[in-house]
Ligand binder design. Sequence first.
Ligand SMILES: [Zn+2]
Length: 63
Amino acid sequence: MEEKACRNCKIIISHGDKCPICGEKDLTGKWSGYVIVLNAEKSSAAHMLNVKMNSTYAISIND
Ligand SMILES: [Zn+2]
């Protein structure tokens, strides 16, 4: 199973071909590092990544 990241919001998706946040199909398998956001409203990591939903996000996208 290949996990993909959305180029737009960096969320990591383990299945499907569409981003659950922005609806984009612009996904890539070329990402590195990830952060798990469990408390998006209070997490400084979530703030840094500008995310509002608890999920797993890629730190960087390589292509
Ligand atoms: Zn997205």
